[in-house]
Design a protein around this ligand. Structure first.
Ligand code: PLP
Length: 284
C-alpha cells in the first residue's frame, strides 16, 4: 500500500518511524480524517483549516503549506486508485533525542507527516436501523477542541460503552451531554434541533458545519445549547455526526428508547439533505 511519509509517497514497507518520535512516545501530534466520495475529497478545505487550527493550539508550526499538503493528498488518492475511501493524516512533533518532555526547537526537529488511504463505504445499513448507545462520564481533558492523536480518553469511553453492551458512548460532563466518542451529538425536541456549542469541551466537527447549512436551508430551528442526559432521554430524536458516520440515528440510550425507538423523521430529512449535498459537490 502506498502512503505519504513527509513529502514522499512510498510503499508502506519503506516507512521508518523513529522509536523516539514524539507521537509514539507522548501522543504529541494532531490528525484529520477526510471522506472521499467518488474520488472527491469532501470538505477538504475545512479539514485542512482545522488541522492548522489544531497545530496553532498545540504551538506546532507546520513546515508545509495547505496547498502543498492538498497536492500530496490528491496524489496519494490517485495512486491508491480508491474512489470511495477515507484519508487519514497526522503530524507529530517529530523525533527528539533524548526523550524530554520539553517541546524541541522546531528549527532542529521537524514535524513528521504521514497519510494513508483505506476503502470506506457509506454506513447505510446502520443508518436505516440506528444504533444503541450508553451514557459514559466524560473524563477527557479540557482541550477536546484540539484534534489530538492522544485519544485514550475517547477510547476508554467507547470501551466502557461496549463492555456494557452498547455500540457507542454518549459522553456526559457535569450532567450535560457533550458529544459521542468520535462524533458530535444532536437531539430533536418539538421540531427544534439541539447540539452542544463549540468550545473546549467538544471537537468542532466539519460535518457540524454542513448540518448548520442544512438546518438553515430546510427551515429547521437550530439551538447550539448544552442539554442534560435527562433531557436527551426525553427527546424525540437523537443522532450523531462525523465525516465517516455521516448522520447516524441513535435509537436507544441506556436501554431507553429515544422517541419511538426508530430513526426519526428530522434525522432522516437531514441525512437525505447531507447526501444530496455530497452528490452536488461530487458532480460540480
Ligand atoms: N467529535 C469527536 C471526538 C471526533 O473524534 C469526531 C471525528 O472524528 C467528531 C466529533 C466529528 O468530526 P467531523 O465531523 O469533522 O468528522
Amino acid at each position: 500500500m502506498k502512503v505519504l511519509w513527509n513529502d514522499q509517497i512510498v510503499d508502506e514497507s519503506e516507512v521508518k518511524i523513529d522509536l523516539e518520535d514524539r507521537g509514539y512516545q507522548f501522543g504529541d501530534g494532531i490528525y484529520e480524517v477526510i471522506r472521499i466520495y467518488d474520488g472527491y475529497m469532501y470538505m477538504e478545505k475545512e479539514h485542512l483549516d482545522r488541522l492548522w487550527v489544531s497545530a496553532e493550539k498545540i504551538r506546532m508550526t507546520l513546515p508545509f503549506t495547505k496547498e502543498a499538503l492538498s497536492e500530496r493528498l490528491h496524489q496519494l488518492a490517485k495512486e491508491a486508485g480508491l474512489e470511495n475511501a477515507r484519508v487519514y493524516f497526522q503530524v507529530t512533533r517529530g523525533t527528539a533525542k533524548p526523550r524530554l518532555h520539553d517541546f524541541p526547537d522546531p528549527k532542529e526537529v521537524p514535524p513528521v507527516l504521514m497519510a494513508d488511504i483505506q476503502p470506506a463505504s457509506r454506513p447505510t445499513a446502520k443508518q436505516t436501523i440506528g444504533i444503541r448507545a450508553g451514557f459514559v462520564e466524560d473524563k477527557r481533558w479540557l482541550h477536546c477542541d484540539i484534534k489530538s492523536i492522544s485519544l485514550l480518553g475517547n477510547l476508554l469511553a467507547l470501551d466502557e460503552a461496549k463492555q456494557n453492551g452498547y455500540e457507542e458512548a454518549v459522553l456526559v460532563r457535569d450532567n450535560y451531554v457533550t458529544e459521542a466518542s468520535a462524533s458530535n451529538l444532536w437531539m430533536v425536541k418539538n421540531e427544534v434541533l439541539y447540539t452542544h456549542p463549540d468550545g473546549n469541551l467538544i471537537l468542532p466537527g466539519i460535518t457540524k458545519i454542513k448540518i448548520r447549512e442544512i438546518a438553515k436551508a430546510l427551515g429547521i430551528e437550530l439551538k447550539e445549547e448544552a442539554f442534560t442526559d435527562k433531557e436527551l432521554l426525553a427527546a424525540d430524536e437523537c443522532f450523531k455526526t462525523s465525516s465517516v458516520a455521516e448522520i447516524m440515528p441513535i435509537i436507544e440510550i441506556d436501554n431507553q428508547k429515544i422517541g419511538d425507538g426508530m430513526p426519526g423523521k428530522v434525522t432522516k430529512k437531514i441525512l437525505h439533505a447531507y447526501i444530496e449535498a455530497v452528490n452536488l459537490s461530487v458532480q460540480a
